[in-house]
Design a binder for this molecule. Sequence first.
Ligand code: ZN
Length: 277
Amino acid sequence: MESTDANLCKHPPLLISAMRALVLSDIHGNLAALETVLERTRGEYDELWCLGDIVGYGPKPDECVALIMERAAFCVPGNHDLAVLGKLDTAHFNDMARQAILWTRSVLSPAHSNYLTQLDPVPVRKPELELMATHGSPRDPVSEYLSDLCVAKENWQLFSEKFCLVGHTHLPDIFRLWLRPAPPRAKTAQVALVEQLRAVPGQEVQLQPQAEHRVILNPGSVGQPRDKNYRAAYAILDTEHMIWGYDRTDYPVELTQGQMREARLPQVLIDRLSYGW
Ligand code: ZN
């Protein structure tokens, strides 16, 4: 845990209302993973929220966009979604990601392309839940990786909500910030304590054990996990009980890999799904 001087948070009184949201990110055209997560969480949530990168890398972009179109209360676009549309230069991507983006662009139906086009690349804000949601970070909603304490600290000052949901890193991280009264003779009235945790599958995280607590939450990736665990990642945010219910599920990886072979997607992208990197 680190401490740093800050006058970061001047909240209005709590307005949190009750809601259970299934939070999904980085599906990346992996239909078998998405369908498995939806089946496993059926009946456990009120709304589905998508943090972007529905497409890219995986073999079933149309089917994944169709499911999100039908079921998500909101979706923010990710960098791969925008690159497929030609709104982000593919020079920002490595060769294999670029090949998958170009393939996705060649197969994606006009209706699904239209859906991605109307997704606004700015954070979604829900004042009644004191929550914001974005793909990358509050500072750069499309491309910044919110992956360490340094970046988290810089981003705290750019939002005031209690909860900030992010994706993009494909890693199920939690960043917490508490404000405490500063010691005598300190230059500021409060000091901020910041920590980074890696969520553990199946272990619920209590989000608000005390007042003046803010948190950045990443549900990990449905379709291409990168924490050496191949299982599809997802989380259910319960704003009534203040619980982050992060978990993983087995899914038929070989089915997705076979579909990728048929689509002639790069072998490295096929192999990495088995290992979760
Ligand atoms: Zn992604």
